[in-house]
Design a protein around this ligand. Structure first.
Ligand SMILES: [Zn+2]
Length: 242
């Protein structure tokens, strides 16, 4: 996909925000989300109550890499934890730029995802490898966002993985005429009939989009282009039978 295609996707719907100087940020209320002082509240969700992870305090599992026994715990992260805030700041940055053409600016609140969609929760898995020569190693930490439908994924593993899916929820979960999702996250994006499943491509597109938008390239909304309300960050390419 060319940068022009990506920009076209990024720029379609002018979700017009108002700026309130006294309250240090942008505001706006839309069908599936609202913005309050650069905080993004997603009010739509495809999350499932029965897709929650279960905490466990210390299972012994065999490491696939080494074949040795490691101790693995899974804990739910508080919404206000440092890790959660890091994820949500990162998501805020992607969404602020790609959906609204905004960047973090002095004198304003940073763009921040203010909630996870309903039934989405953040978890940390800590894996403790046995000591080597009596030296304790720091546990490895992996963070997962649980709650997505089984048809999408078991978990999102980074803000970059979840960014596109979050934008798709904010756009109203658009689908093509055949009912296939137009989401272009790693887990939904398709190449013809097949899932693409390549985060490198998704992350590469996210970062070239952000850079291009921040460089101030003309956006379709500014050049009088069409004002489609939906599908902006989703794949505009029609599916073709192959
Ligand atoms: Zn998706």
């Amino acid at each position: 996909m060319t940068l022009d295609d990506l920009l076209r996707q990024a720029a379609a719907p002018p979700y017009a925000l108002t700026f309130d100087h006294a309250r240090h940020g942008h505001f706006g209320t839309f069908t599936h989300f609202r913005i309050e002082a650069n905080r993004i509240f997603i009010t739509a969700s495809d999350g499932c109550a029965d897709r929650q992870a279960r905490a466990h305090p210390g299972d012994l599992v065999t490491s696939p890499a080494t074949g040795r026994k490691v101790r693995s715990t899974l804990e739910r992260l508080d919404f206000d934890s440092e890790e959660s805030e890091k994820w949500r700041l990162s998501l805020g940055k992607f969404i602020g730029t790609i959906m609204f053409g905004k960047r973090n600016t002095a004198g304003q609140y940073d763009w921040l995802l203010a909630n996870f969609p309903d039934h989405y929760t953040l978890w940390v898995r800590k894996t403790q490898h046995p000591p080597i020569y009596n030296r304790e190693k720091k546990p490895r930490q992996d963070i997962y966002l649980h709650g997505a439908p089984v048809s999408v994924t078991n978990s999102f593993r980074s803000p970059e993985e979840f960014a596109r899916h979050a934008m798709w929820l904010m756009d109203g979960q658009p689908r093509d005429e055949e009912g296939h999702t137009r989401c272009v996250c790693k887990y939904c994006k398709r190449d013809g009939k097949h899932r693409l499943g390549d985060q490198k491509i998704v992350t590469g597109e996210l970062s070239s989009l952000r850079k291009a938008i921040l460089r101030g390239q003309p956006r379709r909304s500014e050049s009088g282009g069409d004002k489609a309300e939906m599908g902006s960050r989703s794949d505009p390419v029609e599916r073709e039978g192959k």
